[in-house]
Design a protein around this ligand. Structure first.
Ligand code: CP
Length: 354
């Protein structure tokens, strides 16, 4: 059972606030655990609910770590901090770039091998986290197959540790969304407000699609298109302010950015597609389809990619692809998010001890 005292134990002892002020701060913190009472990040669980200024602050801070031809500069902002990577699901890009990002900020990094941890002996997530907290972690980066796992940790289990969501179930992948936004910010020839962005593929099972749509909307993109067969579209997706296309040739016409998505086989119970060959013929991003978009359109993909299924190799490796730049930008975004969240946690702790 969540209690206010559990969420913010030290604030309850603060003598300098009136009861009304204290209650207001506690209500705010419980309603939006991602933010400090001053509206700064202290966790990063999702992009929904964050304002344009907050997303731009992440983008600009991340952009500030990138120098020259895409090199990332080091900083000492997390010196003395311990970042623990808790990946309950497989990952190549997210886990490794968080590791690199934390080291570039001067933190110690511990990647817990969940397959060899005591969760395999039946230890609950709550107990695992409390034990790791006792080892003086400052940031938990968590990937979990259950939607809401990061929120649960931030709100109920370890509120005094910055929780960064590395992807939870079908729900959200906010650092992927922010690295996608940083890539668009750096590479697209027009500002967010003037772009047409197409997200193509398995929208239904994709946490990246959900987080990208939320971030694009907040950043002012007016024309967001989702392109997929009906079986790979969630019911009611239109209510998020996107336009649905079942025909890819129609959907990519005059687009500025094409974001391809992988078929999330691990989240699909029964086959929803006749065959991968058929899917490529009908929905694959091919050179012919790319030619229907604007001549300077960007091709993006969060990875891992299935070449010849959702994207042709010649497009994935072509001049318009920024897929590996996305990976590099992921380091900068993860540095920015960890640094901002740690600042927020420190501010909350200072307030609690005031
Ligand atoms: N894009 C992404 O989340 O990739 P990984 O699963 O390899 O982390």
């Amino acid at each position: 059972m969540t209690t206010v005292a559990h969420a913010l134990p030290n604030i309850l002892t603060t003598q300098t606030l009136t009861n009304d002020e204290l209650q207001h701060k506690l209500d705010q913190a419980m309603a939006q655990p991602e933010l400090t009472t001053e509206g700064e990040l202290r966790h990063f669980i999702g992009v929904e609910g964050l304002a344009k200024a907050q997303l731009m602050a992440i983008i600009e801070k991340a952009n500030g770590y990138i120098v020259g031809n895409g090199q990332i500069r080091n900083s000492d902002e997390l010196e003395g901090c311990t970042v623990m990577n808790l990946f309950f699901e497989n990952s190549t890009r997210t886990r490794t770039t968080f590791d690199v990002a934390a080291k570039r900020l001067g933190a110690s990094v511990i990647s817990i091998d969940i397959a060899k941890s005591s969760t395999q002996k039946g230890e609950s997530l709550r107990d695992t986290l409390w034990n790791l907290e006792a080892m003086t972690a400052d940031i938990f980066v968590v990937r979990h197959s259950s939607s809401g796992a990061a929120h649960f940790m931030a709100n109920e289990v370890t509120p005094n540790i910055a929780i960064i969501n590395g992807g939870d179930g079908w729900h959200a992948h906010p650092t992927q969304a922010m690295l996608d936004m940083l890539t668009i910010y750096r590479e697209a020839p027009r500002p967010f407000e003037e772009l047409s962005v197409a997200i193509i593929g398995d929208i239904k099972h994709s946490r990246v699609a959900r987080s990208d749509i939320a971030a694009l909307k907040t950043l002012g993109v007016k024309d967001i298109r989702v392109i997929a067969p009906k079986t790979l579209l969630p019911k009611g997706i239109e209510r998020y302010g996107v336009t649905v296309y079942n025909d890819i040739d129609e959907g990519v016409k005059d687009c500025d950015v094409l974001i391809g998505l992988r078929i999330q086989n691990e989240r699909i119970g029964s086959p929803l597609l006749p065959s991968t060959n058929e899917y490529f013929k009908t929905y694959g991003i091919t050179p012919e389809r790319l030619a229907l978009a604007k001549p300077d359109a960007l091709v993006m993909h969060p990875g891992p990619m299935n070449r010849g299924v959702e994207i042709a190799s010649s497009v994935a490796d072509g001049d318009q692809a920024v897929i590996l730049k996305q990976v590099n930008n992921g380091i900068a975004v993860r540095m920015a998010v960890m640094s901002l969240a740690m600042q927020g946690q420190r501010a909350m702790q200072a307030l609690a001890h005031a």
